[in-house]
Design a protein around this ligand. Sequence first.
Ligand SMILES: NC(=O)c1ccc[n+]([C@@H]2O[C@H](COP(=O)([O-])OP(=O)(O)OC[C@H]3O[C@@H](n4cnc5c(N)ncnc54)[C@H](OP(=O)(O)O)[C@@H]3O)[C@@H](O)[C@H]2O)c1
Length: 271
Amino acid sequence: MTQAIRLAINGASGRMGRALLALIREDRRFELVHAVVSAGSEHDGTPVFGELSTSLRYTHDWSAAPGADVVVDFSGPDGLSAALAHCIEHRIALVTGTTGIDATIEAQLDDAARRIAVLRAANFSLGVAVLTRLLREAAAALPDWDLEIVEAHHGRKEDAPSGTALALGHAAATARGTTLEKDGVYVREGRPGARRSGNIGFAVVRGGDVVGEHTALLLGHGERVELSHRATDRSIFARGALEAAAWLAGQKPGSYSIDDLLQTRHAKAAL
Ligand SMILES: NC(=O)c1ccc[n+]([C@@H]2O[C@H](COP(=O)([O-])OP(=O)(O)OC[C@H]3O[C@@H](n4cnc5c(N)ncnc54)[C@H](OP(=O)(O)O)[C@@H]3O)[C@@H](O)[C@H]2O)c1
């Protein structure tokens, strides 16, 4: 029997962390070795799998972590920074889905990819990976059509627009030979004036228990194309992240995306 992949979860008590824990219990590919929460978390020190279990406890402390093959992070910018430092020091692969990170952490992740394998995705769903490909094609094929991206999430989400919306916007902008820095529009209020041709607009909805919805609108004259993805169950992201972790644990240092994982699968399927 091949050895289980030793996995640590960062942000283990959160919505995504709990979805990951639920899947890992049933997944023999992995051995959970560390479950990290924030310093001061109400979960710190409590058992991960309930009082009856003698096993692992949540901790805020990376210094006590046993050896691991891969860390899966869904925490926040501060949590990601700490996990990244640990991964670099101990040469551990990192899968991260944390969004809303600043340019400094972006640069740290790029730099880390020279020493460890790093896989980042603003959205671990396979459907969104396909939506991104479709949008790239549509944005390039209809270069003069107005492009707007609308996203909706639950009311507790802290960053906006969502990382997925920005990633979609980035993919469309690149396909049109521009950038979001130049053409992205994030706020319209009062009298913003007429829409400038080439702009890529973002609109944000927050509320209820919406898991995640993204629609790219390509608006022409007398017709429009709408490309939509709706997530109804958070476990799709956790499932995707675990697939990514199983794949990344064997990779050499570098910066990877879900597309790399999909391409490996396509190549295998073609054999
Ligand atoms: N890429 C994707 O597919 C995807 C999907 C969903 C969400 N996300 C992103 O993933 C992140 C987490 O989302 P969520 O909905 O699970 O959030 P959440 O429910 O608020 O959970 C956040 C988790 O991170 C922990 N945490 C906070 N600060 C930390 C630190 N400094 N060190 C270690 N752990 C820390 C929290 O611990 P305590 O609360 O116990 O203190 C909690 O376990 C967000 O950035 C979100 O946008 C990405």
